[in-house]
Write a protein of this length. Structure first.
Length: 52
C-alpha cells in the first residue's frame, strides 16, 4: 500500500503537466506549449536520467 501511495505521488505532477500540455495544444498557445514541454522534459529527466 505504501508503494502505491509513493507511485501516486510520483505520477501526479507528470499527469498534471501532460493534461496542461494537451489543454494548451487545444487552445493553440505556443509559448505555453513550449514551457510545458520544457517542464515535462525536466520532470522525466529527474526520474529517469538523473542516475547517469
Amino acid at each position: 500500500m505504501i508503494q502505491f501511495r509513493l507511485l501516486l505521488l510520483i505520477v501526479t505532477p507528470i499527469l498534471r503537466v501532460f493534461i496542461s500540455l494537451f489543454a494548451f495544444l487545444l487552445q493553440r498557445e505556443l509559448i505555453y506549449v513550449i514551457v510545458t514541454l520544457f517542464v515535462m522534459v525536466s520532470l522525466i529527466y529527474s526520474l529517469v536520467g538523473a542516475d547517469y
